[in-house]
Structures are given as structure tokens and as C-alpha cells.
Design a protein around this ligand. Structure first.
Ligand code: PLP
Length: 460
């Protein structure tokens, strides 16, 4: 059997990696000089690298390992499904049990009349589906001019041409001529950085009203949809002011455009309910799902679509699909993941116990001199690093402070991510109270070390 093993010393693995492996979102020459950290194994919330160092993974991989690492049930289900039916497509009037069972379960879990699932292999693919789906839906209603999709600056919706165009990351748009036509962006509800002298509540309303203004400017008859993450994840875990979503909801209720909630991070327990739309009381027509759907054990995503939209599309042949739409192994693993999240009461425990506890502990970090604000919703949190708390001032050169604290996190056995100068967490949902205490203790040490380092550099 050709078993993949970690038999080489770290330096040799790093050299091979540098020679042949191109990393996502990475300047590869810089990484090659330094050597990538080789992660070897994981269990629960803990990662082990090739030198035997252990890290508390406060990012759940890339926001996805909701169930934590090392659940053998998922491996068993994958192996059994591979033996029974490793692959078949769902294109030409065929189907299979794993896709049927997963679609049914998702329809059961999803709020309202979101009862129909179009599968993809991840979030980017699912959002590309959504672009074509909403435009095709309106064309099928005799309104082919309803094409424009409104999104938000600093949103993240994926990395393919379509999904990155939906996203509001200008540094992505600059590479490869994006956004594609028919996608426009309004401002994000990021009070700490952009709220100026307004109260958070006033600012939330103002940012929501940009949606109404944009729809009116373009013309309601030309707008297909509004897409948003209930809480922006990769943008820096931006928890909007309480006034924001109710006002957006009011605006959407008065206008005939579709609402796509990108639940790729917020879904599957992350905010303390099955979906972020439940936590924030939203009524989407379509939800994008991926990541926590399989806890990252298999690549799978999709779009959960309302009765109205599915019905409106049902007489049109939608010329769209992926080889791996509804992949049987990925579907079986996702289903098992959902079973465990449910039967072990993990989503419920997040909502009623561990997330409130984490919120209480996370709030104490706001007292640290380097921290301008500490925000959290469920199991996703952020810290704004600042040289001047009172002024809500950013650092002169964005990203350096975040990188220094991130390095200090690794040195203290903790994985937190830096988005510019925001430190963010999204731990596995199975994290215990004791592990939360450890997370906070290590984050505090990393902030102390980061502060000392920034002082040395004369940045404070
Ligand atoms: C990660 C992410 C995506 C993209 O998912 P991929 O599986 O990486 O393609 C889309 N939307 C949101 C909100 C995400 O966080």
C-alpha cells in the first residue's frame, strides 16, 4: 500500500514544498526562504507539527473544522461509501442515496422554505452557481434585465472569478480584471474603523440605507440580488451594529430582489444556531453553504434555495453543474458530521453554554492596551489592534502589528489569524471551557509579547 508518511525531516519537507507546491494567498519566494510550518496530525482542538510542537487551533483550520479533529466516525463513513459507490454524477437524470439524504437533511435544518439544494465542491463554486442562478431565475420570470448583484466592500465570497467579483477585496480584484460586469459594492458596517463620530446605532442605519440608495440608483428592475455574510468572516469578523440587519431586512421587504446569505462560515453552529440567519433573524432566498457542512473532512458546498426560487427555475434547463456536485463520499461524510453535531448537542451547547462563556472571557481582552475593541458572535471573534485606543486609530502601516501578534501566538502555542491588524478566532465548536481559558491565557501572552515587540520597533 502506498501510504503517505511523514518520514522526512522537517527541513527536507520544507525544501520539497518550496520546490513544487504553490500556496494560496502566499508570496511563495518569501515563504520558501522561511519554510512552511508542516502540520502532521490533529485531535480535538489540537494541532501537532512535524517537530512535535502542539498548538491550540483557534481557527478550526480555515473556519471549517466545527466538529474538531480526529472523529473516526467520519473516516468510517467515507471508507464505507468508497466501497459501495465512490463516485457517480447527478447530471443525466440519475441520483444516489448520499446526495438525496443530505439534501433532505439540509432542507430540514434550513429555516423557512429553503428546501432545495444545488451542490458544489466548496463555497466559491456555490457562489458562482448563485450568480448564474439568480440571473437565470429572473430571466425565467420574464425579467432578463434584472442582472445586477449588490455586494459589500471587504466581503469574502470565494476566490473564483465570479465569487471573487462578489467579494469586496480590492487586492483580489486587482489581479485578473475583476469584478466581472454586473456586480457592485456598497460600504461595510464596520463601525470601529469607519464609524467616525456616529454612534454604532446611527452608523448601522446609515450603512444599511446605502442598500436602498444603490437599488434606487440602479433601478429595482435591474437588480437581481443582494449578497452578504450575516457576519463578515475573512474581512476580519466584523460584527455589525445591532441596528444594521433589521434596517436591511426592512429595505429588502419593500423591494423585489433576492437575498443571498453567504453562510459558508456562519452556518452549522458557528453563531450558536444552525445558521447565522437564525441568530440574526434574516430571511434569505438562497443560502451559500460549505466549510462546516462537512467540518472540512471532505470538500463540499452548495446553495440552499427557497421554494419560490426553485419553482421559478423548475421549467428552465439550468446549464450549470460540477463533476463533483453532490459527490457521494463528500455527501455521506457531511451527513455524518450533521448527525454528530445534532446528536451530541454541539450546536445547542455552543448557543447556551460555551459561546456565552467565550464571549465573557473574550470581552476581558478589550482591556489590553493594544486592543481597541473586542467583538464576538457565537464562536467567531475579533480584536482590533491599535496604537491609540481612545482615537480608534489604525497603525500607520497596516498589517505589521497583526503579523507580530500572529507570530507571538505561534510562539505561545496558539493559532489565531491576522486580517490586517485585526486578530480573529473561530475555534472548533467542541472547544471546552478549560480550553477556552487556555485560549484566553495564550492570547493574552501573545498580546503582551506583541506589544513588547511593537514598542521595540517604535510603533507604539
Ligand atoms: C471560505 C468562504 C467562501 C469560499 O469557500 P471555498 O470553499 O474556499 O471556495 C465563500 N464565502 C465565505 C463567507 C467564506 O468564508
Amino acid at each position: 500500500m502506498n501510504k503517505i508518511t511523514n518520514h522526512l525531516p522537517t527541513a527536507e519537507l520544507q525544501a520539497l514544498d518550496a520546490a513544487h507546491h504553490m500556496h494560496p494567498f502566499t508570496a511563495n519566494a518569501e515563504l520558501a526562504a522561511k519554510g512552511a510550518r508542516v502540520i502532521k496530525s490533529a485531535s480535538g482542538v489540537w494541532l501537532t507539527d512535524s517537530d512535535g510542537n502542539r498548538y491550540l487551533d483557534a481557527m478550526a483550520g480555515l473556519w471549517c473544522v466545527n466538529l474538531g479533529y480526529g472523529r473516526h466516525e467520519l473516516a468510517e463513513v467515507a471508507a464505507a461509501q468508497m466501497r459501495e459507490l465512490p463516485y457517480y454524477n447527478t447530471f443525466f437524470q440519475t441520483t444516489h442515496v448520499p446526495a438525496i439524504a443530505l439534501a433532505e437533511r439540509l432542507a430540514e435544518l434550513a429555516p423557512g422554505d429553503l428546501n432545495h439544494v444545488f451542490f458544489a465542491a466548496g463555497g466559491s463554486e456555490a457562489n458562482d452557481t448563485n450568480i448564474r442562478l439568480v440571473r437565470t431565475y429572473w430571466a425565467a420570470q420574464g425579467k432578463p434585465e434584472k442582472q445586477v448583484i449588490i455586494s459589500r466592500k471587504n466581503a469574502y465570497h470565494g476566490s473564483s472569478m465570479g465569487s471573487a467579483s462578489l467579494g469586496g477585496m480590492t487586492y483580489m480584484h486587482e489581479q485578473g480584471a475583476m469584478p466581472i460586469p454586473g456586480i457592485v459594492h456598497i460600504d461595510q458596517p464596520h463601525w470601529w474603523a469607519e464609524g467616525g463620530d456616529m454612534s454604532p446605532e446611527e452608523f448601522g442605519i446609515a450603512r444599511a440605507r446605502q442598500l436602498a440608495e444603490k437599488i434606487d440608483e440602479i433601478g429595482e428592475d435591474k437588480v437581481a440580488a443582494f449578497i452578504a455574510e450575516p457576519i463578515q468572516g475573512a474581512g476580519g469578523v466584523i460584527v455589525p451594529p445591532d441596528s444594521y440587519w433589521p434596517e436591511v431586512k426592512r429595505i429588502l421587504a419593500e423591494r423585489d430582489i433576492l437575498f443571498i446569505a453567504d453562510e459558508v462560515i456562519c452556518g452549522f453552529g458557528r453563531t450558536g444556531n444552525w445558521f447565522g440567519s437564525q441568530t440574526l433573524d434574516l430571511q434569505p432566498d438562497i443560502m451559500t453553504i460549505a466549510k462546516g457542512l462537512s467540518s472540512g473532512y471532505q470538500p463540499i458546498g452548495g446553495s440552499i434555495v427557497s421554494d419560490r426560487v426553485a419553482e421559478g427555475l423548475s421549467r428552465t434547463e439550468f446549464n450549470h453543474g460540477y463533476t463533483y456536485s453532490g459527490h457521494p463520499v463528500a455527501s455521506a461524510v457531511a451527513l455524518e458530521n450533521l448527525r454528530i453535531l445534532d446528536e451530541e448537542g454541539i450546536v445547542e451547547r455552543v448557543g447556551t453554554d460555551t459561546a456565552p462563556y467565550l464571549a465573557e472571557r473574550w470581552a476581558t481582552l478589550a482591556e489590553h492596551p493594544l486592543v481597541g475593541e473586542a467583538r464576538i458572535c457565537g464562536m467567531m471573534g475579533s480584536l482590533a489592534l491599535t496604537p491609540d485606543k481612545a482615537a480608534r486609530a489604525p497603525f500607520a502601516k497596516v498589517g505589521e502589528a497583526g503579523m507580530a501578534v500572529r507570530e507571538a501566538c505561534f510562539a505561545n502555542g496558539l493559532v489565531m489569524r491576522a486580517v490586517g491588524d485585526r486578530m480573529i478566532i473561530s475555534p472548533p465548536l467542541i472547544i471546552s471551557r478549560d480550553e477556552i481559558d487556555l485560549l484566553i491565557a495564550r492570547a493574552t501572552m501573545a498580546l503582551d509579547d506583541g506589544q513588547a515587540e511593537l514598542s521595540r520597533r517604535g510603533m507604539l
